[in-house]
Design a protein around this ligand. Sequence first.
Ligand SMILES: [Zn+2]
Length: 248
Amino acid sequence: MRKMEEAVLSHVKTLISQANNIVCVTGLGTVVESGGVDIWSVDNLYRIEKEYGDSPEEILSAGIYATKKEKYFNFYKKEVIHTLPVPSETFAALKRLQDMGKLRATISMNIYGLEYRSGLRNVIEFQGTIYSNYCPQCKKNFSLEYISEAKGVPVCDDCKVALRPGLRLFGESVRNDRMTDAAIACANADLVLVLGTNLYGSKVRYSTGHYTGNKLILINEEEHFTDRYADYVIYGKCKDVLPKLVES
Ligand SMILES: [Zn+2]
Protein backbone atom coordinates (compact mmCIF):
# COMPACT_ATOMS: atom_id res chain seq x y z
CA MET A 1 0.00 0.00 0.00
CA ARG A 2 1.26 3.45 -0.93
CA LYS A 3 2.05 6.04 1.71
CA MET A 4 -0.74 8.37 0.62
CA GLU A 5 -3.34 5.60 0.83
CA GLU A 6 -2.17 4.74 4.31
CA ALA A 7 -2.58 8.36 5.35
CA VAL A 8 -6.14 8.46 3.95
CA LEU A 9 -6.97 5.17 5.71
CA SER A 10 -5.75 6.40 9.04
CA HIS A 11 -7.53 9.76 8.66
CA VAL A 12 -10.83 8.09 7.70
CA LYS A 13 -10.46 5.72 10.64
CA THR A 14 -10.25 8.75 12.94
CA LEU A 15 -13.29 10.36 11.29
CA ILE A 16 -15.30 7.16 11.83
CA SER A 17 -14.22 6.95 15.46
CA GLN A 18 -15.46 10.54 15.97
CA ALA A 19 -18.75 10.13 14.08
CA ASN A 20 -22.06 9.52 15.86
CA ASN A 21 -24.56 9.38 13.04
CA ILE A 22 -23.21 7.28 10.19
CA VAL A 23 -25.35 6.33 7.21
CA CYS A 24 -24.13 3.65 4.88
CA VAL A 25 -25.08 2.90 1.28
CA THR A 26 -24.43 -0.70 0.13
CA GLY A 27 -24.03 -1.43 -3.56
CA LEU A 28 -23.49 -4.34 -5.91
CA GLY A 29 -19.82 -4.70 -4.92
CA THR A 30 -20.89 -5.82 -1.45
CA VAL A 31 -23.05 -8.55 -3.03
CA VAL A 32 -20.31 -9.78 -5.36
CA GLU A 33 -17.70 -9.92 -2.58
CA SER A 34 -20.29 -11.95 -0.59
CA GLY A 35 -20.35 -14.58 -3.33
CA GLY A 36 -23.29 -13.23 -5.32
CA VAL A 37 -23.39 -13.30 -9.10
CA ASP A 38 -23.15 -10.07 -11.03
CA ILE A 39 -25.71 -10.52 -13.82
CA TRP A 40 -24.69 -7.07 -15.06
CA SER A 41 -21.10 -8.05 -15.84
CA VAL A 42 -20.17 -7.87 -19.53
CA ASP A 43 -19.76 -11.66 -19.78
CA ASN A 44 -23.09 -12.40 -18.12
CA LEU A 45 -24.96 -9.76 -20.11
CA TYR A 46 -23.66 -11.35 -23.30
CA ARG A 47 -24.52 -14.89 -22.18
CA ILE A 48 -28.00 -13.89 -20.96
CA GLU A 49 -28.83 -12.05 -24.16
CA LYS A 50 -27.80 -15.16 -26.13
CA GLU A 51 -29.56 -17.66 -23.87
CA TYR A 52 -32.81 -15.80 -23.16
CA GLY A 53 -32.98 -13.43 -26.12
CA ASP A 54 -33.35 -10.40 -23.84
CA SER A 55 -31.35 -8.36 -21.33
CA PRO A 56 -31.88 -8.86 -17.56
CA GLU A 57 -33.50 -5.44 -17.44
CA GLU A 58 -36.09 -6.50 -20.01
CA ILE A 59 -36.80 -9.88 -18.42
CA LEU A 60 -37.10 -8.48 -14.89
CA SER A 61 -39.44 -5.73 -16.05
CA ALA A 62 -43.01 -5.05 -15.01
CA GLY A 63 -44.06 -5.68 -18.63
CA ILE A 64 -42.61 -9.22 -18.82
CA TYR A 65 -43.89 -10.06 -15.33
CA ALA A 66 -47.39 -8.97 -16.39
CA THR A 67 -47.44 -10.75 -19.74
CA LYS A 68 -44.90 -13.62 -19.72
CA LYS A 69 -44.72 -15.01 -16.20
CA GLU A 70 -43.06 -18.25 -17.27
CA LYS A 71 -40.20 -16.38 -18.87
CA TYR A 72 -39.90 -14.13 -15.82
CA PHE A 73 -39.83 -16.95 -13.26
CA ASN A 74 -37.60 -19.19 -15.35
CA PHE A 75 -34.97 -16.43 -15.38
CA TYR A 76 -35.64 -15.42 -11.79
CA LYS A 77 -35.09 -18.95 -10.51
CA LYS A 78 -32.05 -19.74 -12.66
CA GLU A 79 -30.23 -16.43 -12.52
CA VAL A 80 -31.45 -14.35 -9.56
CA ILE A 81 -32.08 -16.75 -6.66
CA HIS A 82 -29.95 -19.70 -7.74
CA THR A 83 -26.75 -18.54 -6.03
CA LEU A 84 -27.33 -16.80 -2.71
CA PRO A 85 -24.56 -14.59 -1.33
CA VAL A 86 -23.40 -15.00 2.29
CA PRO A 87 -22.76 -11.66 4.07
CA SER A 88 -19.05 -10.72 3.79
CA GLU A 89 -16.84 -9.21 6.51
CA THR A 90 -18.16 -5.81 5.40
CA PHE A 91 -21.49 -6.57 7.07
CA ALA A 92 -19.82 -7.78 10.27
CA ALA A 93 -17.94 -4.46 10.38
CA LEU A 94 -21.20 -2.55 9.88
CA LYS A 95 -22.76 -4.55 12.71
CA ARG A 96 -19.85 -3.49 14.94
CA LEU A 97 -20.51 0.14 14.00
CA GLN A 98 -24.17 -0.37 14.90
CA ASP A 99 -23.24 -1.95 18.25
CA MET A 100 -21.05 1.08 18.98
CA GLY A 101 -24.14 3.25 18.42
CA LYS A 102 -22.63 4.92 15.36
CA LEU A 103 -24.47 3.37 12.42
CA ARG A 104 -27.97 4.83 12.23
CA ALA A 105 -29.26 3.64 8.85
CA THR A 106 -28.26 1.56 5.86
CA ILE A 107 -29.57 2.31 2.40
CA SER A 108 -29.37 -0.91 0.45
CA MET A 109 -29.23 -1.28 -3.31
CA ASN A 110 -29.15 -5.08 -3.11
CA ILE A 111 -32.03 -7.57 -3.14
CA TYR A 112 -30.50 -10.33 -1.02
CA GLY A 113 -31.29 -8.99 2.45
CA LEU A 114 -27.60 -9.14 3.42
CA GLU A 115 -28.14 -6.36 5.95
CA TYR A 116 -31.02 -7.97 7.85
CA ARG A 117 -29.24 -11.30 7.79
CA SER A 118 -26.29 -9.58 9.50
CA GLY A 119 -28.45 -8.10 12.25
CA LEU A 120 -28.52 -4.55 10.92
CA ARG A 121 -31.56 -2.47 11.81
CA ASN A 122 -33.11 0.50 10.06
CA VAL A 123 -32.37 -0.80 6.59
CA ILE A 124 -33.92 1.12 3.72
CA GLU A 125 -34.29 -1.30 0.85
CA PHE A 126 -34.71 0.55 -2.42
CA GLN A 127 -35.13 -2.60 -4.49
CA GLY A 128 -37.12 -4.80 -2.08
CA THR A 129 -35.83 -8.32 -1.36
CA ILE A 130 -36.10 -11.87 -2.61
CA TYR A 131 -37.47 -12.87 0.81
CA SER A 132 -40.69 -10.85 0.78
CA ASN A 133 -42.87 -12.73 -1.72
CA TYR A 134 -46.61 -12.42 -1.56
CA CYS A 135 -49.90 -13.27 -3.19
CA PRO A 136 -51.26 -10.15 -4.93
CA GLN A 137 -54.81 -11.28 -4.16
CA CYS A 138 -54.87 -12.37 -0.49
CA LYS A 139 -51.52 -10.75 0.51
CA LYS A 140 -50.28 -13.97 2.15
CA ASN A 141 -46.46 -14.20 2.37
CA PHE A 142 -44.37 -16.95 0.86
CA SER A 143 -40.79 -18.03 1.56
CA LEU A 144 -37.93 -18.00 -0.89
CA GLU A 145 -37.92 -21.82 -0.80
CA TYR A 146 -41.56 -21.90 -1.85
CA ILE A 147 -40.62 -19.92 -4.97
CA SER A 148 -37.46 -21.86 -5.79
CA GLU A 149 -39.12 -25.26 -5.32
CA ALA A 150 -42.27 -24.45 -7.30
CA LYS A 151 -42.54 -26.09 -10.70
CA GLY A 152 -42.91 -23.36 -13.29
CA VAL A 153 -44.73 -20.25 -12.10
CA PRO A 154 -45.20 -20.23 -8.30
CA VAL A 155 -48.84 -19.69 -7.34
CA CYS A 156 -50.67 -18.99 -4.07
CA ASP A 157 -51.83 -22.27 -2.53
CA ASP A 158 -55.21 -20.72 -1.75
CA CYS A 159 -55.98 -18.38 -4.64
CA LYS A 160 -53.93 -20.14 -7.34
CA VAL A 161 -52.74 -16.81 -8.69
CA ALA A 162 -49.09 -16.14 -9.56
CA LEU A 163 -47.01 -14.81 -6.67
CA ARG A 164 -45.33 -11.48 -6.71
CA PRO A 165 -41.64 -11.43 -5.70
CA GLY A 166 -40.83 -8.62 -3.27
CA LEU A 167 -38.46 -6.98 -5.73
CA ARG A 168 -39.01 -3.76 -7.50
CA LEU A 169 -39.52 -4.59 -11.17
CA PHE A 170 -37.86 -2.51 -13.85
CA GLY A 171 -40.30 0.13 -14.96
CA GLU A 172 -41.74 0.49 -11.45
CA SER A 173 -40.68 3.42 -9.32
CA VAL A 174 -39.02 3.17 -5.92
CA ARG A 175 -41.55 3.46 -3.12
CA ASN A 176 -41.96 7.06 -1.99
CA ASP A 177 -41.65 6.29 1.72
CA ARG A 178 -38.25 4.67 1.11
CA MET A 179 -37.02 7.67 -0.88
CA THR A 180 -38.12 9.95 1.97
CA ASP A 181 -36.47 7.77 4.64
CA ALA A 182 -33.19 7.76 2.67
CA ALA A 183 -33.27 11.53 2.19
CA ILE A 184 -33.91 12.17 5.91
CA ALA A 185 -31.21 9.68 7.00
CA CYS A 186 -28.59 11.32 4.77
CA ALA A 187 -29.64 14.87 5.69
CA ASN A 188 -29.10 14.04 9.40
CA ALA A 189 -25.87 12.07 8.97
CA ASP A 190 -22.50 13.35 10.14
CA LEU A 191 -20.68 10.83 7.94
CA VAL A 192 -21.78 8.82 4.90
CA LEU A 193 -20.11 5.61 3.77
CA VAL A 194 -20.73 4.50 0.19
CA LEU A 195 -19.68 0.87 -0.21
CA GLY A 196 -19.23 -1.16 -3.37
CA THR A 197 -20.80 1.24 -5.83
CA ASN A 198 -19.92 4.53 -7.46
CA LEU A 199 -21.79 7.80 -7.02
CA TYR A 200 -23.21 7.74 -10.55
CA GLY A 201 -26.37 5.64 -10.13
CA SER A 202 -29.52 7.73 -9.76
CA LYS A 203 -30.54 6.27 -6.37
CA VAL A 204 -27.08 6.70 -4.86
CA ARG A 205 -26.94 10.23 -6.25
CA TYR A 206 -30.40 11.00 -4.87
CA SER A 207 -29.48 9.74 -1.38
CA THR A 208 -26.03 11.26 -1.03
CA GLY A 209 -27.36 14.49 -2.57
CA HIS A 210 -29.17 15.14 0.72
CA TYR A 211 -25.96 14.91 2.73
CA THR A 212 -24.55 18.35 3.48
CA GLY A 213 -21.41 17.43 5.45
CA ASN A 214 -17.84 17.00 4.28
CA LYS A 215 -17.26 13.35 5.20
CA LEU A 216 -18.57 11.42 2.24
CA ILE A 217 -16.37 8.33 2.11
CA LEU A 218 -16.35 6.09 -0.92
CA ILE A 219 -14.91 2.56 -0.89
CA ASN A 220 -15.06 0.80 -4.24
CA GLU A 221 -12.87 -1.45 -6.36
CA GLU A 222 -13.10 0.43 -9.63
CA GLU A 223 -12.40 4.05 -10.38
CA HIS A 224 -15.17 6.20 -11.82
CA PHE A 225 -15.24 9.80 -13.00
CA THR A 226 -17.76 10.69 -10.28
CA ASP A 227 -15.31 9.66 -7.53
CA ARG A 228 -14.28 13.31 -7.25
CA TYR A 229 -17.64 14.09 -5.61
CA ALA A 230 -16.57 12.04 -2.59
CA ASP A 231 -14.52 13.71 0.13
CA TYR A 232 -12.38 10.59 0.59
CA VAL A 233 -11.93 7.65 -1.77
CA ILE A 234 -10.37 4.30 -0.92
CA TYR A 235 -9.96 1.77 -3.73
CA GLY A 236 -10.32 -1.87 -2.82
CA LYS A 237 -12.80 -4.54 -1.80
CA CYS A 238 -15.01 -3.27 1.02
CA LYS A 239 -14.50 -6.53 2.95
CA ASP A 240 -10.73 -5.83 3.00
CA VAL A 241 -10.95 -2.11 3.76
CA LEU A 242 -13.91 -1.54 6.10
CA PRO A 243 -12.86 -3.97 8.88
CA LYS A 244 -9.56 -2.04 9.14
CA LEU A 245 -11.47 1.21 9.58
CA VAL A 246 -13.66 0.05 12.44
CA GLU A 247 -11.28 -2.02 14.54
CA SER A 248 -11.07 -0.78 18.08
ZN1 LIG B 1 -53.61 -15.83 -2.22
